[in-house]
Write a protein that binds this ligand. Sequence first.
Ligand code: K7E
Ligand code: CUA
Length: 623
Amino acid sequence: MSQDKKDRVGFTRRTFLGAGAAVAGAAGVGYASSLFRTVADVRAETEGAPKTHVAPGELDEYYGFWSGGQTGELRIYGIPSMRELNRIPVFNFDGAIGWGITNESRRVLGENFPLNGDAHHPHMSQIDGHYDGRYIYIQDKANTRVARIRCDIMRTDRIVTIPNVTALHGLRVQRVPKTGYIFVNAEFRVPQPNDGRDLENPEKYGTLFTAIDGETMEIAWQVQVDGNLDNTDADYYGRYAASCCYNSEGGTVLAEMMRNERDWVVIFNTERIEAAVKAGNYTTIGDSEVPVVDGRHGSDLTLYVPTPKSPHGLNTSPDGKYFCANGKLSPTCTLIDIDRVDEWFAGKLKEPRDVVVAEPELGLGPLHTAYDGRGNAYTTLFIDSQIVKWNIADAIRAYNGEPVDYIRQKLDVHYQPGHNHTTLGETRDADGKWLVSLNKFSKDRFLATGPLHPENDQLIDISGETMELVHDGPAYVEPHDAVLVHRSMVRPLRRWRRDDPYFAETVAMAARDGIEPTRDNKVIRDGNRVRVYMTTVAPVYGLTEFRVRKGDEVTVVVTNVDQVEDLTHGFCLTNHGVNMEIGPQQTSSVTFVADKPGVHWYYCTWFCHALHMEMRGRMLVEV
Ligand code: K7E
Ligand code: CUA
């Protein structure tokens, strides 16, 4: 607490309560004083509140990229203020910017796109274990897709559907030498191919680990595994990825999936997998041409490490030494030494369990672990509603029989945390400043919002010896995971570039029509297809009317020629389900059928000018 705050607290108490309360001091919150607390008192008493305070006009130090769970979107936060800065539609519909409406977004979404998704795990591309600020990748569990978001424009630019599998869950990027591969786990077991065969034969179901090329977004290869796949992470050497399996039983119902006391972590040897693919030692499944190698038990492409019980999160320590598998139904985490994984693949170890170097007992329901870069790990305890801070080196000593206490602190969070994440904690630059705990339940922490409560994303200061809870942040369902990236690593554009590939196809179409979109305002008829080109400059459209015939297929192409940063226009056509955003120097387009004769106004949806209300025009549809 700053001296200034202390003084103000003292002053307030003296004012209301006289000398007695002042003696009690700033830290003592007695019953009597609580009756007279002011807003300033309450803020000052929230330990560390000033640390999260980012004054009006000041910028946050970190970007947070939050998954949106079953909203299918990605959200941008400022850390430590926890202010939501923006949203990026990915697998969802977004009528504000026209995601799912514009031709540009539909090209990304593909044919027959479902406008829902379940996006859990956003991760930024890296070079040699450092964020490179280029892309964020995120999976869709609901419709088995992986998306890429360009961080220069903060827009989704590619979405691919992964064949042969269902329910993509864990996703991580290759860190070294760079991204590289995107690794994704498919969680649910299905017949392969899933074309109607083996419906009643769960023992013939299976699932695959998939590697995607992060540059081309082409699927590089898949690996057949035993059991199922939950979360995954890559190493800091470019050799391995590791995934948790909670259903080694191959069960289809809960009781079956919980039967085994041990499930496992499966480690993928990417060099050997690449060699196997190169040598042609693969099969394909159904119509897919993706090479599928066999990584089931007995394969030398994989290592299965037995792990108690139904492990969930998998997190690599930023020193590159360990994979940490979080026990979920076991109160433990299992620490796997990656050097020993090298030894295993070199044939130097006898038992798969020989790669385990610690199994600290942490509390009930360990789900995910984050790191501070100072040798400590922070694990969420779902059932205990806590974050436990523990020391890795001490946990290893304890596993070797030394009487050391590896637990540093347990902090209550509110309530039931899933993921947590530290600033830069999944890179070599882990700086141990902030930790977010993404809690699944907020219960009593906020004003009631009906039967549906917000989640509670809590910010914790981990820069000192003890963790300090500093902020409660309500969030709309259901952020699972987040990454916290230093602001110096992300450099978004302030205006669109005219040669941006995002709308290059639309510009090419204009060129075929002899149109320069930043200059021309013109209607081109091509049979019953009509292309309407117009510019925007606040507060006017280049065309204040255009005329079409009932039944025409109309494509409206709008180019915002304003140069001013933040001067975004919209194009909303009344009664046609059409709205889109056009940022400075951007071209956006939309195609629809003019099936209603009459006068239909279009208007600007982004408040751009004092005469914004007047920024409109008429589509005249002749019978
Ligand atoms: Cu633990 Cu989908 Cu990452 Cu949720 S998963 S919490
Ligand atoms: Cu343009 Cu409002």
